[in-house]
Design a protein around this ligand. Structure first.
Ligand code: SIN
Length: 311
């Protein structure tokens, strides 16, 4: 059998490999973004940008543990103007550039999106789900605000845009967000952001493990894979496979990528495993995914998308 094709197309944009960094993982500075450009990653995703430069939350704000990680970074980033200047240079790496747009207030999003769209990213990912800004709830849990915001951003961008959503834990909430997205359509979905406001405790020291928000933070890594898969599957079914999905959550092996594909993802993003392993993780995951697809007889990653069997 010839080697399986691991490329994919999302919203008309071709990705040479269906694996990329999750926004937030090693993608704040120019050096980090260029390292992603030089790596095997199929795209370069920027850190979620805000109007102004942000130092982020006080440290320690990231803590890996067996099975995952917890973080409360607080959107440290260079500010959108800096990313607008960087994007043209990142395009020299000849892979898609995804600009992740955030904000501290609803009107920040369209302001950032208008400028960043002109800088020429291939796709814009609107982050409706950061759990780590004290006093700012995750927008994706407010369906009316999400719809308003999507419409405002859509009106000012001329690039394909998607939304990065928080995890939902009830079919009624999957349905409510799917209804929002039917009224205010987007070109792709990134599912899911970290599982917000979790608490990891070190029983030895009897302390929390990160400083912000009394130790509360977003959970990532293998422990959230099942939640991520459920969200990918729920939205894939809600749209009968008609919106491309980027799966995020718990990808640490080629088999994890394969499970995301089966659930309905066309590509996956890697967070905790990238932070822990560095950009070499994309070579390892690509090799493992190729082996899984070959063993299973799939000619391409695309051929596995949505093929999950139900009992
Ligand atoms: C952070 O910077 O706190 C994480 C960003 C996110 O979860 O959206």
């Amino acid at each position: 059998m010839t080697e399986p094709d691991l490329s994919c197309t999302i919203a008309g944009v071709r990705f040479p490999l269906c694996l990329m960094n999750a926004s937030g993982a090693l993608c704040v500075t120019r050096e980090e973004l260029e390292a992603l450009g030089r790596s095997r990653a199929g795209a370069i995703v920027t850190k979620s940008m805000t109007l102004e430069f942000r130092k982020g939350n006080p440290e320690p704000r990231y803590y890996p543990f067996g099975g995952g990680s917890i973080n409360s970074m607080g959107l440290p980033n260079l500010g959108y103007q800096a990313y607008a200047e960087l994007i043209p240079a990142l395009k020299a790496f000849k892979k898609p550039v995804i600009a992740s747009v955030a904000g501290l207030a609803e009107d920040d999003f369209p302001e950032i999106a208008r400028t960043i769209s002109k800088a020429g990213p291939d796709l814009i990912e609107v982050n409706l789900s950061c759990p780590n800004i004290p006093g700012k709830p995750q927008i994706g849990y407010d369906f009316e605000a999400s719809e308003r915001l999507i419409r405002k951003v859509r009106a000012v961008v001329d690039r394909p845009m998607g939304v990065k959503l928080p995890p939902y834990f009830d079919p009624a909430h999957h349905a409510a967000m799917a209804d929002v997205l039917k009224r205010a359509p987007v070109d792709f979905l990134s599912l899911i952001n970290s599982v917000g406001n979790a608490l990891v405790i070190d029983p030895e020291t009897e302390t929390v493990v990160i400083k912000p928000k009394g130790g509360f933070g977003g959970l990532g890594g293998s422990v959230i894979k099942a939640v991520a898969l459920a969200n990918v599957r729920a939205f894939w079914k809600a749209f009968a496979g008609r919106i491309p999905i980027i799966g995020v959550g718990g990808v640490a092996s080629g088999t994890d990528v394969f499970e995301h594909l089966l659930a309905g993802a066309s590509a996956v993003q890697v967070g905790t495993a990238l932070v822990e392993e560095g950009t070499g993780v994309f070579d390892r995951l690509a090799g493992e995914l190729r082996d899984v697809l070959k063993k299973k007889g799939y000619p391409s990653s695309t051929a596995a998308v949505g093929k999950l069997k139900e009992l």
